[in-house]
Design a protein around this ligand. Structure first.
Ligand code: SF4
Length: 227
């Protein structure tokens, strides 16, 4: 009898599909044995805020504003009662600063109101916080708490599709498909490895298939075999 997680369509992956995924997972693990977020953080609270700020910008940009932000507003309580204009001027360089300020102030207020300022270790509770989507919640669970979780961002979405790990386009369904294919012990680092491989090799517009160590496992039809 089939066991483990089911895919988004309710089916279980065949053994050959799991073997395909395992080979991909093994090679990525060899390439990136130790991998974690490049966002700098000292606590789950800080990572939660950093991850929200990291939308549409680089981790490097976020890391520059984080020390200033948390020096001024160390706790959720402090940020919840901050003057939005002061926060906007700090996070300005991360882009979309008005929306991001609104999000982090709202999520700080929700944390204070619903969880006494503590970050919950639960994806359903995390995604109930304003400004926190499933991807952000999964990053925090995996990185700050070491809980098995798979965050599906644009890189994970693209690579999963190209590598034949999913046919879905909805991130939550892709997450289910990946969870069905990979053992729980692999979940936590899988997203980070796929993201890094997307940045290093499997670019959205110019994938470097000619130097890709996964090429024999990749069914993507439009491979790019020269610069
Ligand atoms: S062969 Fe090309 S498309 Fe496939 S994973 Fe490698 S870089 Fe990406």
């Amino acid at each position: 009898m089939a066991r483990g997680h089911v895919r988004a369509d309710g089916t279980h992956p065949a053994p050959a599909e799991k073997a395909h995924a395992r080979k991909i997972g093994d090679r990525l693990a060899r390439r990136y044995p130790e991998i974690g977020t490049a966002l700098a953080y000292d606590s789950p609270w800080q990572l939660l805020v950093s991850t929200v700020l990291s939308a549409q910008t680089t981790d490097e940009n976020v890391n520059k504003v984080i020390p200033v932000l948390f020096a001024n507003y160390p706790t959720p309580d402090d940020l919840a009662s901050a003057n939005p204009e002061d926060v906007e001027s700090i996070v300005f360089s991360t882009g979309f600063y008005r929306q991001k300020t609104k999000s982090i102030l709202a999520l700080a207020a929700d944390l204070v109101d619903k969880h006494d300022g503590d970050v919950p270790v639960d994806i359903d509770e995390l995604t109930k916080l304003r400004g926190v989507g499933r991807k952000t919640a999964s990053v925090v669970l995996a990185e700050a708490f070491g809980v098995p979780a798979i965050a599906v961002d644009t890189h994970v979405k693209r690579l999963s599709k190209r590598l034949g790990l999913t046919t879905e386009t909805d991130p939550t369904k892709i997450e289910s498909d990946l969870k069905a294919l990979f053992p729980r012990s692999r979940w936590r680092q899988l997203s980070m490895r796929l993201i890094q491989y997307g940045r290093d090799v499997c670019d959205a517009r110019k994938p470097r298939c000619f130097e890709c160590g996964l090429i024999d496992l990749c069914p993507f039809p439009d491979k790019r075999m020269s610069e």
